[in-house]
Design a protein around this ligand. Sequence first.
Ligand code: ADP
Ligand code: ASP
Ligand code: MG
Length: 437
Amino acid sequence: MKILKFGGTSVGSAQRMKDVAKLITAEKHTIVVLSAMSGTTNSLVEISDYLYKKNPDGANEIINKLAITYYKHADELYGAAEYKQRAKELISHHFDYIRTFTKDLFTLFEERVVLAQGELISTGLMNLYLNESGVKSVLLPALDYMRTDKNAEPDPVYIKEKLSALLAENKEADLYITQGYICRNAYGEIDNLQRGGSDYTASLIGAAVHAGEIQIWTDIDGMHNNDPRYVENTSPVRQLHFEEAAELAYFGAKILHPTCILPAKLNNIPVRLLNTIQPDALGTLISNETEKGKIKAVAAKDNITAIKIKSGRMLLATGFLRKVFEIFENYQTPIDMVTTSEVGVSCTIDSRKRLDEIVDDLKKYGTVTVDEDLVIICVVGDLEWDNVGFEASIVYALKDIPVRMISYGGSDYNVSLLVKSSDKKRALQALSRHLFN
Ligand code: ADP
Ligand code: ASP
Ligand code: MG
């Protein structure tokens, strides 16, 4: 069985939906995971922001605009008047429901319900379109099987049990359509797997049904060797190791959600990144294979803060690093990069929520300096330490750019460098020029 996930742009218009329908009906017995149509989740976030600020007029304006675009999609998507009518009823049902939240108390609980409507609409519309086209597709409601536990982590046992039961009840279907992103939490409330989380849904389903392959279909022909939003002439990487893909996703390659690699890796399920606009393009295959000695790609993670603790006490002392790390742990703030010297340690964090408290506590151990507005540039590939020369090429590429930290040796797959946000584009471009051209 294959899992095919289509992101927002892939289902972003009536024509795109028709293209996706062609792709998914080419094979039988696939599970198709859909995101909300592009822009929808952003609009639902905006609606929620207005409702938090007790501005129902602002919310209603966006609700009405969004509903109109959906009615237009329905007019274009369906042939028969009966199906146009059924689609419009489906759309009205969801938007009327969203409108009910403009009248009362609005909390995180209501927000999650509002955010879930995008995927519920896109899957409903696709299923209806397939039915009109004579395809025996069945809608698998994600809210009936996708669930997180008390630590907000997916519950694989529950997911497997419920999903298997749903599939067994619907054996006669040609294909299954389901919602990405949305789930229920440990208390049974509607929740989600975080923005961009439809990729995670696909790999959790893949793991639950022991899929032969997980395909992530998007608007580009696979993982590129640098961020196409900042660098021209990037090219697709044909093959990545799970670890390389995980590093790239975590360090900013938006094409993949960072959480989606682990379930695939643990179950050794290959992940293929493909392009809906150019379905014949080879894309990227992510698996357990490594291409020896090759630098694969560069990515960047924004909004990084570096904290340096300088202390005479570190000299020959044991337990110093533990005390420092404990402070970050106490404030539930994960550290991304670490570098140490005999007299100090530098760490980076991507959340500044607890920064003041962390700095106050760290002052007990030495002089603390904070640098804000930084970016981690991450170079990924088969970078085992006995492959000589790659560190030199990377550092040479950045010879004109101030570098705040360099980290290598935590894994065989990544070298990370910390630079100013204002140097991000220049650094990405320089690395592409020196490493790939
Ligand atoms: P979807 O809505 O299908 O999930 P996303 O917008 O989340 O799509 O991801 C696809 C986008 O990721 C591409 O359009 C591209 O701009 C961006 N992107 C960033 N870094 C990379 C990279 N290294 N390779 C490919 N795409 C990347
Ligand atoms: N629709 C959700 C979002 O925009 C989930 C996803 O697209 O993966 O974040
Ligand atoms: Mg995405």
